[in-house]
Write a protein that binds this ligand. Structure first.
Ligand SMILES: Cc1cc2nc3c(=O)[nH]c(=O)nc-3n(C[C@H](O)[C@H](O)[C@H](O)COP(=O)(O)O)c2cc1C
Length: 158
């Protein structure tokens, strides 16, 4: 079974969670497809603004390399913006070819909410006919607990 870890990060927290999950599952072959951006708050807000205008040009290359057909299991990790995933999530989902037979594992990161992010992702993925097998929101104002991430990862079997 081949697995793919897709994540979006602007501050590194979702990246760290993604890496902790992959590192905790050495028995599986998990490739990465990272969408990584960084910058100060105003730069981050500019990216969010572009997403809201459905402008994903800054990540066109990564979106084009999205070869989801090759994988049976797909992890998707997103931060929380206004208790929802960033719009790039919808774009990623739209760009995925037929995902009916895929099993999807979703997680979000947040400072104080985040349940809405996983709920939104789950319903959109299920509407495309894929099966969501695990979901988790990782919340932490200053820091996300690595212990909690490892605990979640250890439950995962596919
Ligand atoms: C524009 C923006 C909006 C955010 N909105 C929320 C929110 O509604 N709820 C929340 O808990 N955290 C919110 N956050 C915090 C991020 O979701 C949180 O820090 C996340 O872990 C960042 O992930 P990253 O470091 O991978 O980019 C927001 C952050 C930004 C930049």
């Amino acid at each position: 079974m081949k697995a793919l870890m897709i994540y979006f990060t602007m501050g590194g927290r979702t990246k760290k969670v993604a890496q902790t999950i992959v590192d905790a599952l050495p028995q599986y072959d998990i490739a990465y497809l990272p969408f990584e951006f960084s910058g100060n708050l105003s730069e981050k807000l500019k990216i969010v603004e572009k997403f809201n205008n459905r402008d994903f040009s800054m990540m066109e290359d990564t979106l084009n390399s999205l070869d989801s057909e090759k994988y049976d299991i797909i992890f998707i990790g997103m931060p929380t913006y206004g208790n929802l995933p960033p719009k790039v999530f919808d774009e990623i989902l739209e760009r995925m070819k037929d995902i009916k037979d895929k099993k999807i594992i979703i997680f979000s990161t947040a400072r104080f909410t985040g349940e809405g992010t996983v709920e939104y992702m789950k319903s959109k993925i299920e509407a495309k006919g894929a099966k969501v097998i695990y979901t988790q929101n990782f919340r932490g104002f200053f820091k996300i607990s690595t212990k909690k991430v490892k605990h979640f990862a250890k439950k995962i079997r596919f």
